[in-house]
Design a protein around this ligand. Structure first.
Ligand SMILES: Nc1nc2c(ncn2[C@@H]2O[C@H](COP(=O)(O)OP(=O)(O)OP(=O)(O)O)[C@@H](O)[C@H]2O)c(=O)[nH]1
Length: 399
């Protein structure tokens, strides 16, 4: 009997031991699988709220490489920086006709306005006054306006009948007379006489009128005409102006001579002509500074540039750049510059952005110097030789 009891106790103990082992094993498995899931959640999902201070999570960083482990780029096989591409500028002939839409868009009020007034049933005193006002608003200037109105009145009176076609022809002829169809508008880029040096062109004007841009664009016109050009960045007061000019030059393969910022503009101008001569270039274009602080200051600066350059020989062209949108203010600037240097030609920029095309007439009268070039946009080839007939046609015909 005792033996039977002992056997039952052993059996019960053995059963309990087996059950205990199975439960422990299951718990362990559950813990392991939870542990496996947890790290993945902390690395990928961002914390719901940003945490700061001690609560902040430490940034997870990639293992850093030491300097020895970081390889240097293979300089021998790395591609060399591409040389800037040389552009082929558009030929300058006929540009005004091609860009005429730009002009007429902004000048509509002048030509169209005049034709509408002239086509009225009765050309009474009031109408003639309105015609005068239209011309004055377009900055034609007082004296030229009176001349035009008088000439038109007389011709309309003599003509008697007046069809729209006749009126258009009359207006065209009278406007053309004012603009001056016979003035010499050649930009003189060639040396006079048998001298072995490049033509010298000085570009002057108040900063912001488009002087540097015009110098760059003119360089392109000359390159398009088959000439070799050296640019002189004598506007040393603004480093960006020299950079700007150099960029223009690089685009057409023209070299730019520049000096240190704040350096002597005259010495840069002198060097530019010297380099142009040594390189047998056809033309040297010199961009000058136009700080209109005082007339004497300007006179000193520009006068010196001109004098120093003239050690190489006479300057062939002095172009004054004027912003057409500045109206009367442009005329005041023109007067000051004309007292300081002998201007031989005018460049009117931003004619695409103004309805005051009459400034062409006014400024020519003021200085007795022809408009030779006009700026009709910010594009590289938007500088056009000025052609009076194409200009007047654009005023009258509009778009
Ligand atoms: N719409 C229009 N913009 C022009 C024309 N000519 C020049 N500009 C713009 O006028 C701005 C001034 O031109 P710049 O050439 O920098 O003027 P700047 O007189 O040389 O002035 P600095 O460089 O300060 O000496 C630029 O944004 C030109 O693109 C033009 O004919 N039409």
């Amino acid at each position: 009997m005792e033996i039977v009891i002992l056997a039952v106790v052993i059996a019960v103990v053995a059963f309990l031991a087996i059950c205990g082992l199975v439960i422990t094993g299951r718990r362990k498995k559950t813990r392991e699988s939870r542990a496996a899931a947890t790290p993945a959640a902390t690395t990928t999902a961002p914390p719901a709220e940003p945490q700061v201070g001690e609560d902040a999570e430490t940034a997870l960083e990639e293992p850093r490489r030491t300097i020895e482990e970081v390889g240097l780029p293979d300089t021998e096989t790395a591609p060399a920086p591409a040389a800037p591409e040389i552009e082929i500028p558009e030929p300058s002939a006929g540009r005004l006709v091609r860009l005429r839409a730009r002009l007429s868009r902004s000048q509509n009020s002048l030509g169209k306005g005049l034709l509408t007034l002239l086509s009225r049933e009765r050309l009474d005193e009031e109408t003639w006054e309105e015609i005068e006002d239209t011309l004055l608003t377009a900055d034609v200037g007082v004296a030229p306006t009176q001349e035009l109105v008088e000439a038109l009145r007389e011709r309309v009176r003599v003509l008697g009948t007046r069809t729209p076609e006749e009126l258009r022809t009359l207006l065209r002829e009278e406007l053309l007379k004012l603009v001056g169809p016979d003035l010499d508008r050649t930009v003189h880029t060639e040396t006079r006489g048998a001298v072995d040096r490049p033509g010298i062109v000085l570009v002057v004007g108040v900063n912001g009128t488009g002087k540097t841009t015009t110098t760059g664009k003119l360089g392109r016109v000359l390159v398009a005409d088959g000439k070799s050009v050296v640019l002189g960045a004598a506007d040393t007061f603004r480093a960006a102006a020299a950079d700007q000019l150099q960029t223009w030059g690089e685009r057409v393969g023209a070299r730019t001579v520049r000096g240190p910022e704040g350096g002597d503009p005259a010495s840069v101008a002198f060097e530019a002509v010297k380099e142009g001569t040594d390189a047998s270039a056809d033309v040297v274009l010199i961009d000058t500074a136009g700080r209109l602080h005082t007339k004497t200051g300007l006179m000193d600066e520009l006068g010196k540039v001109k004098r120093v350059v003239e050690k190489h020989g006479p300057v062939d062209e002095v172009l004054l750049v004027l912003d057409a949108t500045t109206g009367q203010n442009g005329l005041v600037q023109a007067r000051v510059f004309a007292e300081v240097v002998d201007i031989t030609g005018i460049v009117l920029t931003k004619l695409d952005g103004t309805a005051k095309g009459g400034i062409v007439v006014a400024v020519q009268r003021e200085l007795g110097v022809p408009v030779k070039l006009v700026g009709l946009g910010e594009g590289a080839d938007d500088l056009a030789p000025f052609e009076p007939a194409a200009f007047v046609d654009a005023l009258i015909d509009g778009e």
